[in-house]
Design a protein around this ligand. Structure first.
Ligand SMILES: [Zn+2]
Length: 131
């Protein structure tokens, strides 16, 4: 286990979107950048994943099949991980949300944008005692 090319901590990212090709694309791009990715296709799956392990960052699609993004945000709560909202519609991202969000991204989202969002917003649950 001697791998010096990458940092010891691989950001754990939760990607919540009901559109599977997007989850796959995000996973591929984020893993290329050394992150570990947990995909979720519904709000329920997202909340289940959040109950098991805290991610460094959550990408949350506004349009989920089973609950609103507002509800997911509320359930994550103010002490939860930072959330970046994603949508295909820039206007829907301009509204007020039930919890503070780290940022928003409008689809389509390329690897550079994604990597920049992770670098800017990820807040690690471990090894952040200096923060
Ligand atoms: Zn991290």
């Amino acid at each position: 286990m001697t791998e010096f090319a990458r940092p010891a901590h691989h950001h754990r990212i939760l990607v919540v979107d009901d559109y599977e090709p997007l989850r796959e694309a995000f996973k591929r791009m984020l893993e290329t950048d050394g992150c570990s990715v947990q995909p979720a296709g519904t709000g329920f799956e997202a909340l289940t994943a959040l109950g098991e392990e805290r991610p460094c960052l959550v990408f949350l699609d506004l349009a989920l099949p089973d609950m609103t993004a507002q509800h997911v945000l509320q359930s994550i709560g103010p002490e939860g991980p930072p959330v970046v909202l994603i949508s295909g519609d820039a206007e829907s991202l301009a509204g007020a949300f039930s919890r503070a969000i780290a940022g928003t991204l409008v689809k389509p989202i390329d690897r550079t944008t994604l990597a920049a969002a992770v670098a800017r917003h990820a807040r690690c649950a471990v090894a952040t005692s200096a923060a």
